[in-house]
Design a protein around this ligand. Structure first.
Ligand code: SF4
Length: 375
């Protein structure tokens, strides 16, 4: 007899294995259904719950993450950010993916901190081209003994904020007093990536610990600065490590406002030179899972985006990514440019996100105009 097209095939597994399978599926689908129904973020995730979401059949996972994305965000809005290297190379840390570590022979020339004027000029150009967030990165282990550099960075932050843009910096480890100084300057966010899971971290970096990383994030949070922390995919990690990274941020007392998802750009001269690129389905799974578990967070498609086709990028936006780095460079690696990204937005029905800063600024301008016209 011919089988009707919609008739399911009988499972070849034993009856008890099938029952167990159904139970497992039922509980995983409950976790997913609850994540989709949630009206607010939750902070008591277990690794098993996150794992069950992560391992959902991919098309269903993207459908569910897109649903949550629509509930918490405008799905057509993508934040345009520009990242400038304000101090290149010569870093004493040994992050195995980084061109800027003095421990690797990448041929990168170390520089001093850029001048305040040159940084503000770059921020002005970024704003003119549509970026609403300006991020500044310096290749340092920490800020100990860098009082005068910090003073200049404070001026950079103040200048960027005065232009009506969000300002983010990444300067290595901070103590509480340094975080407070940056908060007082009006810093919007501090970037300090956890990179990967706690378990995989020692295979990537040995010059500092995961807990030191978390300590800086705590100082940033305590100072009232938004937290930007995420990871790099393609560091030789397994699915469990991507799940572990999401678990780490999902169980923080407050979720990071920003979760960057980088894919490794394997740089010549680093220990990870020649590493095979991460499979794209793992990138999508990570973004979709992060969207379901961190519903209110901005998910930032960061380094490695330039290697993705438009279609791949569109899939990431569908799964819940809603920020990109755009401009001439992204630290030491190439970056898709503003014009290219504007064309991409146009084609795929996206628009630059209006950030809180921009909205506030516009409200302020409207209020001013209203006062002028009413005499
Ligand atoms: S701390 Fe930052 S700049 Fe230094 S080696 Fe690690 S990633 Fe590179």
């Amino acid at each position: 007899m011919r089988r009707a097209l919609s008739t399911p095939l009988r499972s070849p597994r034993s009856a008890s294995a099938t029952v167990q399978g159904i139970r497992r599926y039922a509980s995983s689908s409950d976790v997913l259904a609850n994540a989709v129904r949630a009206e607010a973020p939750r902070y008591d995730w277990t690794k098993e719950e996150i794992s069950s979401i992560y391992h959902t059949p991919l098309m269903q996972l993207v459908y569910e993450s897109a649903t949550v994305h629509r509930k918490f965000h405008d799905p057509s809005a993508v934040q345009m950010c520009t990242l400038m290297n304000i101090k290149t190379g010569g870093c004493s840390e040994n992050c195995s993916y980084c061109a800027q570590s003095s421990r690797h022979s990448t041929g990168l020339k170390a520089t001093k901190l850029s001048t305040v004027d040159s940084v503000l000029e770059a921020a002005r150009i970024a704003k003119e081209n549509g970026s609403s967030r300006f991020c500044m990165g310096a290749a340092w282990r920490d800020m100990r003994g860098r009082k005068s550099n910090l003073k200049n960075i404070v001026e950079m932050v103040k200048g960027v904020r005065a232009m009506g843009m969000e300002a983010c910096v990444t300067l290595g480890m901070l103590d509480g007093a340094q975080a407070k100084q940056l908060a007082d300057a009006g810093l919007t966010a501090y970037n300090h990536n956890l990179d990967t899971s706690r378990e995989h971290y020692p295979s990537v970096i040995t010059s500092r610990t995961y807990d030191e990383r978390l300590q800086t994030i705590e100082h940033v949070r305590d100072a009232g600065i938004n937290v930007c922390t995420g990871g790099i995919l393609g560091l030789g990690e397994k699915h469990e490590d991507r799940i572990g990274l999401i678990y780490e941020v999902a169980t923080m007392p407050k979720h990071p406002e920003s979760f960057p998802v980088n894919t490794l750009v394997a740089i010549k001269g680093t220990p990870l030179e020649g590493t095979k690129a991460v499979e794209f389905d793992s990138v999508v799974r990570t973004i979709a899972t992060a969207r379901l578990v961190l519903p209110g967070t901005i998910i930032r498609l960061a380094a490695g985006r330039i290697t993705m086709t438009e279609e791949k990028q569109a899939m990431c936006f569908l799964a819940g990514a809603n920020a990109i780095f755009t401009g001439e460079k992204m630290l030491t690696t190439d970056c898709s440019g503003w014009d290219e990204d504007k064309a991409l937005f146009q084609k795929w029905g996206l628009k630059p996100m209006e950030t809180e800063v921009v909205v506030e600024e516009e409200a302020w301008i409207e209020e001013g105009e209203r006062r002028v016209s009413s005499g």
